[in-house]
Design a protein around this ligand. Structure first.
Ligand code: NAP
Ligand code: ZN
Length: 346
């Protein structure tokens, strides 16, 4: 067991403060790595503030983690000290159920998420706002050499969460809309454009229009302007919603072609209400939850090959509380990433 410095929460309303956590000694299949960077995902905020369900405190969140391997267990063959690696939202699963067999580890009943869950060692998992982490090797990814570790961190959640559904649905030439230009949305726009789609951004306002077009969108619409949804009726083959609050799904569904699909990845604190009659004639409404391990490795290579790069702002540990407020107010451009070097200062 070793103690590492971290930043975490003592209650749903506390600021993010320095605290120490224990990490287990690496077992035969474990990788111990020194964390260099960790992105701030809106899911961290929902969890830290107990917006989805009551969290267990003290709690260290963070699941967009990159760093450098320090030590590997005796059975680990794919990693060695000095390797650049990353970890996303999961740190373990059973390895043999139907979902694990299909590379859908995120749906395994025994999947262990990176923070706030009881791990296989019987201890609560604590996330990446910390100096080091120990993770089962199946859930550790090599970072492509061309992507800097700080820019790569958000790909471990925002990247795979948008890549997975876009890969399922998008074909070159399709009309694709991404709703919400935040952490997930700005990566989703880049990925959909790289897949050959004609991409539209649908945002609250025009304040991010220049950025949306720079990320690869051809069109940009603002939902606060009257008539936007009427104008877009029947237009999109695929709509990817990344909005972090409750939304008007009926309007989105009206914007689909007759065979189009709305994919929802946003997970608001309050439930979404649906009026399903609007799904005719042959429209699809689908959920999506991060992505499996093989697909995450594939996504990292795709982003390396197609120059998909999160736009980040580096912050120190003592800026996390303020950064959360900026994210909640849609003022982030476009992902805060914590420099783990700053977490050791006491
Ligand atoms: P984010 O950076 O805060 O982006 C969310 C965007 O939603 C904002 O930039 C804003 O876009 C829009 N938005 C925010 N408040 C809104 C409101 N009141 N009304 C309408 N639109 C609003 O968050 P994120 O990290 O990308 O995460 C987005 C959501 O996805 C969160 O709920 C998160 O928990 C969830 N998530 C799900 C998965 C999964 O596997 N399914 C994985 C990661 C995250 P505009 O300003 O452009 O309108
Ligand atoms: Zn996330």
């Amino acid at each position: 067991m070793s103690t590492v410095h971290a930043y975490g929460f003592s209650s749903p309303t506390s600021p993010c403060r320095p605290l120490d956590i224990d990490r287990r000694d690496p077992g035969p299949h474990d990788v111990l790595f020194d964390i260099a960077y960790c992105g701030i995902c809106h899911s961290d905020i929902h969890t830290a503030r107990s917006e989805w369900s009551q969290a267990t405190y003290p709690l260290v969140v963070g699941h967009e983690i990159t760093g450098i391997v320090r030590e590997v267990g005796s059975e680990v063959t794919d990693f060695k000290p000095g390797d650049k690696v990353g970890v996303g939202c999961m740190v373990d699963s059973c390895g043999h159920c139907r979902y694990c067999q299909q590379g859908l580890e995120q749906f395994c009943d025994q999947a262990v998420f990176t923070y706030g869950q009881i791990g296989r060692d019987g201890r609560m998992t604590q996330g990446g706002y910390s100096q080091a982490i120990v993770v089962s090797d199946h859930f550790v990814f090599h970072i492509p050499e061309v992507i800097p570790l700080d820019q790569c961190a958000p790909l471990l959640c925002a990247g795979i969460t948008t890549y997975s559904p876009l890969k399922r649905w998008v074909e070159p030439g399709m009309q694709v809309a991404v709703i919400g230009l935040g952490g997930l949305g700005h990566v989703g726009v880049q990925i959909a454009a790289a897949m050959g789609a004609e991409v539209s951004v649908i945002s609250h306002t025009r304040s991010k229009e220049a950025d949306g077009l720079a990320f690869g969108a051809k069109h940009y619409y603002a939902t606060t302007e009257p008539g936007t949804f009427e104008h877009l009726a029947g237009q999109f083959d695929v709509i990817l919603s990344t909005v972090s609050s409750t939304e008007d799904y009926t309007s989105y569904i009206n914007c689909l072609t007759k065979t189009g699909a709305v994919i929802n990845v946003g997970m608001p604190a309050t439930p979404i209400e649906l009026k399903l009659r609007a799904l005719s004639p042959r429209k699809t409404l689908q959920g999506s939850l991060i992505g499996g391990c093989a697909e995450t490795a594939e996504m990292l290579q795709f982003c390396a090959d197609h120059n998909v790069r999160p736009r980040i702002e580096l912050i120190d540990g003592d800026q996390i509380t303020q950064a959360y407020d900026q994210v909640v107010h849609s003022a982030v451009r476009y992902r805060y990433v914590i420099d783990a070097d700053s977490l050791g200062a006491r």
